[in-house]
Design a protein around this ligand. Structure first.
Ligand code: RIB
Length: 303
């Protein structure tokens, strides 16, 4: 019962604004906060908060930020022995703007995240890791190395293909479960608009399949989550909550889903749990700090 995450670790500098600026516009921020973030770190925290043993592989700089972020991860129960501290390289950073209506814009500078190598992956024993979980903020070559190792060891390989990158599609054939949002789905399936209804989401998702046994999960924001197999698809509706900060909600879903599957839940149960976890996460500020505990999710599901 373990989750192994390969992914990014960032310092998120989050400025709250009334409205997001337009190009060329300067707006006043109402607050500035620093949080642990990065899609890999967020997903690892989400999985660990579900009570499942979770390891994170990645890299930070040996600078003012890296060791502190590792300590925060460890504080959430994430095993960080596979997070390298690299000399002379900055830790990844994300500049995040969150508006009053909870919309956001993010610019990421990868720093050490870009220096995770296939060699770092192959030097790490992954025996006993049931679920492997990656995103596209670390080099695809490293993800490929992990997924090839994982295939040989019978692990479940989950790829959250975010942010959408052209080279990300080359990893789809190595993936058992692919998770994308509507924007990413439209980009990978080369559509001129985002699919909305379950039927059109399913048609688009099936375009990304390269094996009959693959599962494509599409997060639909407030509308919920669609899970698509070759011959069937289902929708779990979104839960009505007041969102104050949606940064990391997708990461919460991915980490909680990986943890649920590692602990033996079937796909529908796991999607329901992860959907509820994500709904809780948008009600708190920050990415990693907003990940709910298993108990909070269970209480929410019962209520
Ligand atoms: O998915 C949200 C994350 O994307 C943020 O925490 C930020 O660091 C960027 O990586």
């Amino acid at each position: 019962m373990t989750v192994f995450v390969l992914g990014s670790i960032n310092l998120d500098a989050v400025a709250r604004v009334d409205d997001l600026p337009r190009p060329g516009e300067t707006v006043a921020g109402t607050s500035l906060s620093l949080f642990l973030g990065g899609k890999g770190a967020n997903q690892a925290v989400a999985a660990a908060r579900m009570g499942v043993a979770t390891r994170l592989m990645g890299a930070v700089g040996a600078d003012d930020n890296g060791p502190g972020l590792k300590a925060k991860l460890a504080g959430y129960g994430v095993q960080v022995a596979d997070v390298a501290e690299l000399e002379g390289v900055p830790t990844g950073q994300a500049h995040v703007w969150v508006a009053d209506n909870a919309e956001n814009m993010i610019v990421v500078t990868a720093g050490a995240n870009a220096l995770v190598t296939p060699q770092q992956v192959t030097a790490t024993p992954i025996e006993g890791q049931r679920v492997l979980l990656c995103q596209l903020e670390t080099p695809p070559t490293a993800i490929e190395a992990l997924f090839r190792l994982g295939a040989a060891k019978g692990a479940l390989r989950i790829l959250n293909a975010a942010p959408a990158l052209p080279q990300g599609a080359a990893l789809f054939p190595l993936t058992d479960i692919l998770i994308v949002n509507q924007t990413e789905l439209a980009s990978y399936a080369k559509l001129d608009r985002e699919p909305v209804r379950l039927e059109e989401v399913s048609v688009a998702a099936r375009k990304l399949m390269s094996r009959p046994d693959q599962i494509i999960i599409v997060t639909l924001g407030a509308a919920g989550v669609a899970a698509v197999r070759r011959d069937e698809a289902f929708l779990i509706e979104g839960r009505k909550v007041k969102a104050i900060d949606t940064v990391g909600a997708g990461d919460c879903f991915c980490g909680a889903l990986a943890a649920a599957l590692a602990s033996g839940m079937d796909l529908r149960e796991a999607v329901e749990l992860a959907n509820a976890a994500a709904a809780l996460s948008v009600q708190k500020a920050g990415a990693a700090p907003s990940m709910p505990s298993r108990r909070e999710v269970e209480v929410f599901l019962e209520g």
